[in-house]
Write a protein that binds this ligand. Structure first.
Ligand code: GLN
Length: 313
């Protein structure tokens, strides 16, 4: 039997979707990766999943999209599992900006020249470079295997069209990566690291996959079906903390105030969020706001969180 709360959410979701959808009109689908621009701008879908396997879902929840930056949460976890905390945080910082409270300095000027945190591209590329494997191919396979386990879905795969499209248009990430290589932060060949990074950004999911991945984080790393500890608790805490402080980029503070849940967005319009101990949530809405987060998706989460009083703060 479903919980009373999930029944209530199920009944309300269509109305919440309807009320949030108009916001998509003021957003724009990402086009710097040309393949992403094919996504429907007016789509909006959501899936919530609880530990009993009860689901509430509405809108375009069956649509497939690539994880993009949402993948950074799990490559961070895999990198931590491969290397331990000390090795990872020698190379990447833990702060939203890395600047002192009154600092006017920017990344290029601070020493050591390591990325501020693992959620921005510079940090995520660095974290990816630490993932174990004797070749890029082996790393790519290990990542997919890990993501499938967390999603409880053996059919997760790479979207090779999106991968190819990003690979051919990755001038900015390439610049960042070569800069990091010059600083000695990256220690293996740049093109190989970018290949692995762009692959994991191209993992294809739907809202249910994101919800299940988020549920594992909501439950402290436990597989909801088998009860097995898939991720060490400490690393779940680290991931959830970065989601809260940096997961929505330079709108993370605003999101924390308005929604109050750990979340990670991607430029495909996906948002993965969770209610600690209770729900994993996957959202998609490809039209983005000027911070690169789903315009209608953020609106939808704000509405639900307020109504359900889910804010952690
Ligand atoms: N693959 C994208 C990039 O590196 C991910 C960015 C994002 O989703 N915010 O540009």
């Amino acid at each position: 039997m479903s919980s009373v709360e999930i029944e209530m959410i199920r009944n309300q979701l269509p109305g919440w979707i309807k009320a949030s959808l108009p916001y998509a009109a003021s957003g724009e689908v990402a086009s710097y990766i040309p393949e992403l621009s094919k996504a429907p701008p007016d789509a909006l879908g959501i899936t919530l999943l609880d530990a009993n396997g009860d689901v509430a879902t509405a809108g375009d929840c069956h649509m497939h999209f690539t994880m993009q930056s949402i993948s950074k949460v799990f490559t961070l976890i895999l990198s931590l599992m491969d290397n331990g905390e000390d090795a990872v945080f020698r190379k990447v910082g833990m702060e939203p900006t890395g600047d002192n409270f009154n600092s006017m300095l920017k990344l290029e000027l601070v020493r050591p020249g390591i990325p501020f945190n693992p959620m921005i591209n510079a940090g995520a590329i660095t974290v990816t470079s630490l993932i174990h494997g004797s070749s890029p191919q082996e790393k790519i396979e290990r990542i997919l295997h890990f993501f499938r386990k967390i999603a409880g879905n053996d059919r997760l795969r790479y979207d090779m069209d999106v991968y190819q499209s990003e690979l051919e248009n990755a001038n900015l990430n390439r610049s960042i990566a070569y800069f990091l290589k010059e600083n000695g932060v990256l220690e293996t060949p740049v093109e190989e690291i970018l290949d692995v990074y762009i692959h994991h950004c191209s993992i294809l999911v739907n809202c249910a996959d994101l919800a299940r991945m988020a549920l594992v984080l909501a439950l402290g790393g436990i597989d909801p079906q088998t009860g097995k500890q898939l991720i060490p608790r400490r690393y779940v805490r680290i991931a959830r903390t970065f989601m809260t402080t940096c997961g929505m980029y330079n709108a993370s503070g605003e999101f924390a105030i308005d929604v109050g849940l750990p979340a990670k967005s991607g430029v495909s319009g996906g948002i993965m969020t969770l209610v600690p101990g209770r729900y994993g949530i996957g959202v998609v809405g490809p039209a983005l706001n000027d911070k690169g987060n789903s315009q209608a998706g953020v609106q939808l989460l704000e509405m639900i969180s307020k109504e359900m009083e889910w804010s952690m703060f």
